[in-house]
Ligand binder design. Sequence first.
Ligand code: 5GP
Length: 176
Amino acid sequence: MQAKDLVKYLVIVTKATRRMGIIVRSFASREKPLSYSEDNIFAKILRGEARAAKVYEDAQTFAFMDAMPQVPGHTLVIPKYPSEDLFDIPPDNLAATIKNVQLVGRAVRAAFEAPGIMIAQLSGRAAGQTVFHLHFHILPRHHGLELKFHAREFEDFAVLESHAQKIREQLAHIKS
Ligand code: 5GP
């Protein structure tokens, strides 16, 4: 290789490396995942554009009844941070969300007198995720009461609201 070809090669490599650095830095500092869609139903609920039977809210999280419950009391806890799944949320936001999965889980357990609680989190279509805003399912479980199919049948909003009310009462009790 001649000296001028070597210089040309080094210039190309230097420019490419700099460009990669810019891409990596802008990816690391992004405010939301590149694929996150603001059109998903949970984003609409957070913006108040779709109704939900609300159970709990704080600065970083929101909890509400699943509209197609697999058992009575099926509740969802979501971060307000726009994350698509478990892997694109900053650890602090995730920690705040999990803390409230425990809090709301306690209230669901008491409200539905459940001997068991199942927590589910589906990340990715292959895992069965259907709404692409991170969420944790809280499902009260009783011996002999099987789960209905996932995301199949809408419950009456009045029923969801009455379940939310039962859970809110337990939360008030727990937090007092
Ligand atoms: P995934 O399949 O993503 O783990 O769970 C999404 C959940 O969202 C399902 O359990 C489904 O029943 C619930 N869901 C879907 N659409 C709505 C809706 O419009 N409102 C509420 N509250 N839940 C919904």
